[in-house]
Structures are given as C-alpha cells and as structure tokens.
Design a binder for this molecule. Structure first.
Ligand code: CUA
Length: 358
C-alpha cells in the first residue's frame, strides 16, 4: 500500500511540475500577447504548445512525441497494473504465516525482460533518427528565404536580403516577419554566449553558438504570430529573450520588406530628439540608418514597426518606450542598456523622435 501511495505522490509531483511550466509559459505569452498585427488571425498566438504544430519540422516532432508518450504509457499501464495486481493478490492474509515460497531465476522471464526493452529502445532510436533526418536538412529547401539570426544577451537580431536578387542586407530585431507557405532557412550565430532559437509551433530547439553557424528551417502554411523563447540559459534575462515570428501574406511581406529597406525618417520637428540621440551614448550601441551605426543593441531604424520592446519584455508604445529609456532596468533587470538619467524634457524629445521611426 505504501508503494501505491508513493507512486501516487510521484505522479502528482510530476503533473504539478508540468502544470507549473505550462503556467509560466502562459504568463510570458500574456506579457507579450499579440497586439496590432496578430488581430484577425485565427491562430492563437499565445500558444507555445508543441502539440499544435503549423510547420513540417514541428509536425515531425509532434508525431515522435506522441509515439514516445504512447509507448511509455503502455509500459506504465503494464508495469503498474502488474504491481497493483500483485499487491492486491498477495497481500498478507490472516491465515498465511511465515515467508512465501521463494523463487530464483527463470530463463524465460529474464529473456523476456531483456529482449522486450531492447526492441522498444531500438524502435524509439529508429523513429528518432528518422525524425532528425527530416528535421535537420543539410541545405536550404528549394525556394527558401534565407535569414541570418544572431543571438545577443538578451535579444535577437535578424538580417535578410532587401529584395529578391539584392545582396545587401536589411537588419531588424526581435520580430521576424516572413511570408506564408515559403520555406524559411535560418543561419544561426551568437554574438556572445550560447542561446537556443525555439518557436515550438514552427520547429524544434536549435542551439545558437558563438563562432559556429547552425541551421534550422520552418514553413508555415498558416498566417499568424508565433511566439517562442530562448531555450538555453544565457544569463540574467534569459527568460525575457522572447521570440516573435509573424507569418504574413506575400503582399504583406513584400510591403514590410520594402518599408524596412527604406532609410530612417527624419522630420524637422524631431531634430532635437535626434541631436540628443547623437550627443548621448545611444548612438554607440544602436544603429539608425543614416544617423548612427552602433551594433551592440537592436537597430532602431524602423523601431515602431515592432510590437514589443526589450525582446518581448513589454508591448511597444510611447509610454513603455519612455519608461524603458528612463530606466531599462525597471522593465528588464540586468539588461545591458544603462539608464542615462535623462531629465523629463530630454526624455520627451528622444521619445518624440523615436516614435517617428516607423
Ligand atoms: Cu538567450 Cu537564453
């Protein structure tokens, strides 16, 4: 009986841990819930569930997961069934005295419990190898759009060609916008430590390693916003290194790419903010096309085309932008952007400038 209780305890602990992980994911998904561009999509963007795939590698992983769960569940039922049966069948009865009959060694039984697990492990290994082969392509699929992904503490940089047949790259951050129905081939690099690119509904985790290029790919036939997070502990703000992939129609993608390829807007009315941006330390870390070329932090050329700030730490709007510049540590403690201790007028000017960078 004690063993049964222990089993129930262990099972409830495991279930509790799974539920808690799920709850943590929910929280992150709410923090950076889809806002503007995800509206009207039939896809639930807060969904980080590997059992709701939309892309071939994610489908493969889902199928393998079900196979493993199925086999594990069958083993669980058989083993626990025999255990419970033995406990009930052979429980101590009043009329039984002394030790039960002792039985040692049985060739058929020993063979069975050696051979059957070997066969199970072999089947799982074959299925896993086949999945890895299908998921990890050696070269980009035909017609793929290539995107360079660079992991930074704690944000994502994306680079892709400005247009078909155009070699020059446009640089953006944290939100990857891609066309629907086309394979996307990612070249993953890191600027500092090891990160991991993981958008559960699109593809499996792929490590992002310094001085090494890894590849992964996905292809969504559904438009919508797909969220993910860095899946390799990379320091203080690992949990706020969120991923956001917007899969849009071809037309929308071409319009987005054309807009991203334009230089930054420079209204005369925002000259004060621009001057401050150049006078202060901002320009050392942030690029604004035609204004500055810093590369330590995210490019701000088309800052306001994004939905979140701080790699998903908060929704992006004038208020959160102002709060962020005032003290980034309040929104994302430990991030590498310092507070420059601007006064209220300076904050107003800088924000007034940045919000025009559409
Ligand atoms: Cu980057 Cu964890």
């Amino acid at each position: 009986m004690r063993r049964v209780l222990l089993l129930i305890c262990l099972a409830s602990c495991a279930l509790g841990a799974m539920w808690r992980d799920g709850a943590a994911n929910e929280v992150n998904a709410i923090v950076c819930a889809p806002t503007l561009h995800g509206a009207g999509s039939s896809v639930n963007a807060g969904d980080l569930n590997i059992f709701h795939p939309v892309s071939p590698p994610a489908f493969e992983i889902r199928n393998l997961a079900w196979l493993v769960i199925g086999i594990a569940a069958a083993i669980f039922v058989v083993v626990e069934g025999v255990l419970v049966w033995s406990i009930v069948r052979f429980r101590k009865r009043a009329e039984v005295l002394g030790e039960p009959v002792q039985v040692f060694g049985s060739n058929p039984v020993e063979l069975a419990w050696t051979v059957i697990p070997c066969i199970i492990v072999f089947v799982l290994a074959l299925a896993t190898v086949r999945t890895i082969r299908d998921v990890e392509l050696q070269a980009p699929p035909a017609g793929a759009l290539e995107v360079d992904v660079i992991g930074h503490q704690w944000w994502w940089e994306y680079r892709m060609a400005r247009g078909e047949g155009d070699e020059s790259m446009l640089v953006t951050a944290n939100e990857l916008v891609v066309p629907v129905g086309r394979p996307i081939w990612l070249n993953l690099r890191s600027a500092d430590v090891i990160h991991s690119w993981w958008v559960p509904r699109l593809a499996g985790k792929t490590d992002v390693i310094p001085n090494h290029v890894n590849h992964t790919w996905f292809q969504s036939n559904t438009t919508g916003v797909f969220l993910g997070q860095c899946a390799e502990y990379c320091g203080t703000q690992h949990a706020n290194m969120l991923l956001r992939v917007r899969v849009v129609s071809d037309d929308e993608f071409n319009a987005w790419r054309a807009a991203q390829a334009l230089p930054a807007l420079a209204h005369a009315s925002t000259a004060a903010g621009r001057a401050l941006f150049l006078d202060l330390a901002c320009m050392n870390c942030h690029a604004i096309d035609g204004v500055s070329s810093g590369s330590f932090g995210p490019s701000l050329t088309h800052l306001m085309s994004r939905e979140t700030i701080g790699a998903g730490a908060a929704p992006l709007n004038a208020q959160t932008l102002r709060a962020w510049i005032d003290d980034p540590q309040a929104l994302k403690q430990g991030c590498n952007m310092p507070s420059l201790k601007l006064d209220a007028d300076q904050l107003d000017d800088v924000v007034a400038y940045l919000v025009t960078l559409q």
